[in-house]
Write a protein that binds this ligand. Structure first.
Ligand SMILES: CC(C)(COP(=O)(O)OP(=O)(O)OC[C@H]1O[C@@H](n2cnc3c(N)ncnc32)[C@H](O)[C@@H]1OP(=O)(O)O)[C@@H](O)C(=O)NCCC(=O)NCCS
Length: 207
């Protein structure tokens, strides 16, 4: 992703609800949980202060969290500039991966990018991160080049991916198909070891 470090490899206002998951704008009160997930899925996690800074740039940013019950289980972000949307980050709690949450989050980013006038979407992903690449492929992202040693801390190259013409009817239809799959999957039963989170976190509220 843009400025995204490599992932540790292991297996607006409108809340989108399905199977007990809601996608809502990221707020300051989510950041403790977001950073906790960051620390599990990325070797060089973004800090709380970096997320705080991102949240102050609402005009060119869009960040979302996925919540089930009171637990933040994933998050994703988008940077918007001159007609393009750049996926800056996406992460799902390890115990919640492969439950369709990444797909839901990326859907929210793609819909937001369309609403905010972007023509194209781009991101960087570690060359070896084939799981994430499979997810991006479903959203029309195709490889467009390599950034050598982009993830210098682990000496890995980044694959640059683009999804073009996201305002087109074809892309709209693609998102509708992904949304139908995502919202109809119902594959969101809590993992066996899901913890009980006592923190209060009603989706869709302000900071
Ligand atoms: C990448 C990531 C965000 C995906 O989130 P997720 O909630 O697990 O993904 P989903 O369950 O929505 O997967 C949707 C589709 O993407 C593909 N996919 C996702 N993870 C995959 C994996 N590990 N291996 C193969 N395919 C994968 C599959 O096609 C999957 O559909 P399926 O489960 O019906 O086969 C998550 O694995 C993660 O947080 N990884 C660590 C951080 C990271 O790598 N971020 C991306 C940095 S560029």
């Amino acid at each position: 992703m843009a400025w995204r470090r490599t992932a540790v490899h292991r297996r607006g206002q409108r809340p989108v609800t399905s199977g007990g998951i809601v996608i809502v704008p990221m707020r300051r009160r989510h950041l403790k949980s977001v950073v906790a997930i960051e620390q599990q899925v990325f070797p060089t996690p973004w800090s709380l202060s970096l997320y705080l800074s991102e949240l102050t740039m609402g005009g060119t940013r869009a960040y979302f969290v996925a919540i089930t019950g009171n637990e933040v289980v994933g998050y994703a972000g988008l940077m918007l500039a001159v007609g393009e949307g750049h996926v800056t980050t996406i992460g799902v709690s390890p115990r919640w991966q492969r439950h369709g949450i990444g797909r839901r989050l990326l859907l929210e980013l793609a819909e937001t990018a369309r609403k905010r006038g972007a023509e194209d979407l781009t991101l960087e992903v570690r060359v070896a991160n084939t799981g994430a690449q499979a997810l991006y492929h479903d959203f029309g992202f195709a490889p467009a080049g390599i950034r050598k040693n982009y993830y210098a801390e682990v000496h890995e190259d980044a694959l640059i991916m683009w999804a073009h013409d996201i305002q087109s009817d074809d892309y709209k239809r693609r998102l509708e198909i992904v949304a139908a799959e995502a919202l109809g999957s119902g594959d969101l039963a809590a993992p066996d070891d899901a913890p009980v989170d006592e923190t209060s976190d009603a989706p869709g509220e302000g900071t």
